[in-house]
Design a protein around this ligand. Structure first.
Ligand SMILES: [Zn+2]
Length: 167
């Protein structure tokens, strides 16, 4: 059992894996793909430089970020992980718009119920739709329904990435 098996990096680069190999803690021999992909995208010497510039306690996080970015870059050579980031940012702004529409809708209902008072978040037991129909609030309805169509439409868009983005 005395043999020291080389880490995934040294194996791929055909180097001797020394005791103080900078890659060994992060690229175990049983996961050769992990090093292969970051080597392909960033290059082994760049990875080594990046890791050596960081304090030891940040290196594991840096490696998982590099692996994630390399996978994204292979999947989407043009945008890389920026594609995933902007997809998620779009989702956040769509959800914020949906929230604003819902708040505006609540405000309209409250003003119709009691135009003189400041709005308070209280409803009776009628469900929202029948309340709106009974009280005939065309502006509120048009605003709310057209906006939520837009939102639902945009949520149907597929993610540019497959389901196995994060490994
Ligand atoms: Zn090594």
């Amino acid at each position: 059992m005395g043999g020291h098996s080389p880490c995934a990096s040294c194996k791929l680069l055909r180097r001797r894996c020394t005791k103080d190999c900078p890659f060994a803690p992060y690229f175990p021999a049983d996961d050769p793909h992990k090093f292969a992909i970051v080597h392909k995208v960033f290059g082994a010497s760049n990875i080594s430089k990046m890791l050596q510039e960081l304090p030891v306690h940040q290196r594991a996080d840096a490696v998982s970020s590099l692996v994630y970015e390399a996978n994204a870059r292979v999947r989407d050579p043009v945008y890389g992980c920026v594609g995933a980031i902007s997809y998620l940012q779009n989702q956040v702004s769509e959800l914020q718009m949906q929230l604003a529409v819902a708040q505006a809708e609540i405000f309209c209902i409250q003003m119709q119920q009691d135009p003189m008072a400041m709005p308070t978040p209280q409803f009776d037991d009628d469900d929202e739709e029948s309340f709106l129909l009974q009280h005939n609030l065309p502006q509120c309805l048009n605003f709310a329904s057209s906006s939520s169509d837009v939102i639902q439409e945009s949520f149907k868009k597929e993610s540019p990435f497959g389901r196995d983005m994060v490994s």
